[in-house]
Design a protein around this ligand. Sequence first.
Ligand SMILES: CC(C)(COP(=O)(O)OP(=O)(O)OC[C@H]1O[C@@H](n2cnc3c(N)ncnc32)[C@H](O)[C@@H]1OP(=O)(O)O)[C@@H](O)C(=O)NCCC(=O)NCCSC(=O)C[C@H](O)C(=O)O
Ligand SMILES: [Mg+2]
Length: 285
Amino acid sequence: MTHRPRRSVLYMPGSKERALEKAQSLPADALILDLEDAVAPAEKDAARDLVCDRVKAKPFGPREVIIRVNGADTPWGAADLEAATAAQPDAILLPKVNSAEDLAAARKIAGDIPLWAMMETPLGMLNAAEIGAAPGLTCMVMGTNDLVKELHAAHTPERLPLVTGLGLCLLAARAHGLAIIDGVYNAFKDEDGLRAACEQGRDMGFDGKTLIHPAQLAITNAVFAPSEEALEEARAQIAAFEEVERTGGGVAVVNGRIVENLHVENARRLLAEAEAIATLEAAAA
Ligand SMILES: CC(C)(COP(=O)(O)OP(=O)(O)OC[C@H]1O[C@@H](n2cnc3c(N)ncnc32)[C@H](O)[C@@H]1OP(=O)(O)O)[C@@H](O)C(=O)NCCC(=O)NCCSC(=O)C[C@H](O)C(=O)O
Ligand SMILES: [Mg+2]
């Protein structure tokens, strides 16, 4: 698969065998098997063994599988990184990345396994551009719970306290051709709130959203997939532009709006995204 959909990226506590089992049939585009915040200190060693054994056994089908390790400055970080590297997941997610040096240090152990970075500290926001340029980094994940805590801010519906950080990371990710996933929505029984948060994240440019509960999957998958209406317009834009090009022109009009080559590029991206989603869903069925 050349393009991987990452509409829904579900965290699951690495210590919970039942959740790991259930994940094998959930319609998540990607799974983060968590050894960090979702696991109590007394369970860290057992969770590491459980998660790494499961990843080696590869029961998750076409879903992308990522292991989130503990930080290098914790008692578990070094052992997590060694074990995760041996398990060969699709990627290793590093928490609380502050600088490109954090990634370089992990890269020495992780070899060529792609690295993902949790963007969740004030220093990480200020260094987003250099972090985005780090070799081997393929995806940024917003850690909005930690960021709110570190900023002494509040979780508000419009997320105004976070807009600067979200924007800096989006700029860094797109400048370096990385994927970028939005933070979690904590109130996992609040469907309207989740939908609004997904729509905001999608409109800002995120590829998808990280989730904490399976009940959040359906809404997130729907909001981050291109709508039928958008796909229809994309096909019409491509057709109209190709027709105009044949007659030597450079601007078409569809539904009263201009279509230039940049709009056609975006239309092709939407169609490719829809195709990748269909391929993933067929493979998971
Ligand atoms: C929030 C939860 C503690 C709720 O758990 P629970 O009470 O067990 O929920 P349910 O009874 O409604 O569960 C129903 C079934 O679904 C399975 N389940 C629940 N959660 C998950 C999951 N995340 N992945 C897979 N499966 C899940 C249950 O096993 C039930 O199955 P069944 O037995 O068949 O009925 C719980 O959802 C939870 O622990 N969620 C994850 C929390 C987490 O990962 N937190 C850390 C990541 S968030 C973060 O740190 C982001 C970042 O770093 C930041 O700073 O922002
Ligand atoms: Mg965090």
